[in-house]
Design a binder for this molecule. Structure first.
Ligand SMILES: C[S@@+](CC[C@H](N)C(=O)[O-])C[C@H]1O[C@@H](n2cnc3c(N)ncnc32)[C@H](O)[C@@H]1O
Length: 203
């Protein structure tokens, strides 16, 4: 995804280039396009719009699932999430290593978001303010989407999650998954244009 941050001359900023590491991103897309779901990282605009939706009490963490090269993580830090209160989960080892190197102080977990209860330290269970998902859930069968919903519910009961996507309509069959859905953001300043949906357990 892009519309990479630009300086006054219209060139991408050094900070965004450094953290976005588009070549690593593209390499991973070539290796496993369904797992990546995108050929380039999210745009600066989309990252900032996601960060603005985050809610967190002082003792709560923000959990980002499918952090890629860390462009959203960086926006979350810039929006005021303390590094020690940010947990990023990324399944690909090379990307997790890049995240550790480029985001000092952030809790980087190389692991599977579908096994979140195992991946996340027990002390953080029930202490998740906001969960953000970048995993291309729309490409998965409903049974796997349900597994993801349950994985988040296990560590963040009642909270649900934010999901960014290129779909204009809901990327998840939310009623079938026992969720409510609200589109919070749509921006053309991403390639392709993107939306952010908030899903919560239906009461
Ligand atoms: C669309 S990319 C988003 C990357 C980044 N957040 C961004 O906005 O540019 C999806 C990311 O999810 C990761 N991913 C896919 N399946 C995963 C899983 N089961 N657990 C954790 N991460 C996963 C991929 O490796 C990839 O980095």
């Amino acid at each position: 995804m892009s519309d990479i941050a630009r300086d006054d001359s219209g060139l991408p900023t050094a900070a965004h280039r450094e953290v976005a590491n588009s070549s690593l991103f593209f390499k991973r897309w070539l290796a496993n396009p369904l797992q990546m779901g995108s050929i380039i990282p999210s745009s600066d605009t989309l990252c900032r719009r996601i960060a603005a939706l985050v809610e967190r009490k002082d003792d709560e963490v923000v959990v980002e699932l499918g952090a890629g090269t860390g462009v959203i993580s960086r926006a979350l830090l810039a929006a005021g999430v303390p590094p020690e209160k940010l947990v990023v989960v990324e399944i690909v080892r090379d990307m997790a290593e890049h995240l550790r190197a480029s985001l000092p102080g952030v809790n980087v977990i190389q692991g599977d978001a579908f096994e979140l209860a195992k991946a996340l330290p027990a002390a953080m269970h029930g202490k998740v303010g906001t969960a953000i998902c970048g995993i291309p859930l729309v490409l998965l069968p409903q049974a796997d989407q349900q597994r993801f919903v349950s994985a988040v519910e296990a560590v963040a009961p009642g909270k649900g999650f934010l999901l960014y996507t290129y779909c204009i309509t809901s990327p998840l069959p939310y009623r079938k998954l026992g969720l409510t859905a609200k589109r919070e953001v749509w921006t053309p300043l991403n390639f392709p244009p993107a939306s952010v949906w908030r899903y919560q357990p239906a009461r």
